[in-house]
Design a protein around this ligand. Structure first.
Ligand code: IMP
Ligand code: MG
Length: 175
């Protein structure tokens, strides 16, 4: 692939401000909760979760889960597979699933169902980006950063063929 420079969609500053707003909302909604567990979906969540979690003012812990879609290049087929499970028992806990981006929604929907079956006290979702016109499920997002058009976006944790994850901004590339 040629080393194309992504076209900026959200600058570092715009992301920083939005993540801070989301952290304030979440902190206020979970005020008084003693056992909030942030569940990050690897690998795309890692930078968003790092920034968001450090801005929260409520007690929280962090765990990770990894999933992959069968046969995906840049489109989800709908088949999702758990490749690394949580180390934390979530029954009775307040769980907030943190993801980088919702495209079709199959991944998040699968995880919501799988985690709900374990009996958490509550389960909500926090997602930085959503491609609204691509959604194929009605998976609920409780905290959303931005709606974006149908573009392939990279940076701030997101990749294209494992590249661009550590770009400080979110940009789009041609696929
Ligand atoms: P979904 O199951 O179709 O919602 O796909 C969700 C997952 O696909 C995300 O968590 C990302 O890992 C990946 N993904 C979808 N769209 C993009 C994108 O534009 N850039 C980078 N990763 C993406
Ligand atoms: Mg992801």
């Amino acid at each position: 692939m040629d080393p194309e420079k992504p076209a900026v969609l959200f600058t570092e500053e715009v992301i920083r401000r939005r993540v801070a707003e989301m952290a304030r909302r979440i902190s206020s909604d979970y005020a008084g909760v003693e056992d909030l567990l942030l569940v990050g979906i690897l690998r795309g969540c890692f930078i968003f979760l790092a920034d968001l979690s450090r801005l929260l003012t409520v007690p929280r812990s962090v765990d990770f889960i990894a999933v992959s879609s069968y046969g995906r290049v840049t489109t989800s087929t709908g088949a999702v597979r758990l490749i690394m499970d949580l180390r934390t028992e979530i029954s009775g806990k307040h769980v907030l699933v943190v993801d980088d981006i919702v495209d079709t929604g199959y991944t998040l929907q699968y995880l919501i169902n799988a985690l709900k079956a374990r009996g958490p006290a509550s389960l909500k979702t926090c997602v930085l980006l959503r491609k609204r016109e691509r959604l194929k499920t009605n998976c609920e997002i409780d905290y959303l950063g931005f709606d974006i058009p149908d573009l392939w976006v990279v940076g701030y944790g997101l990749d294209y063929a494992n590249r661009y994850r550590t770009l400080p901004y979110v940009g789009s590339v041609k696929t």
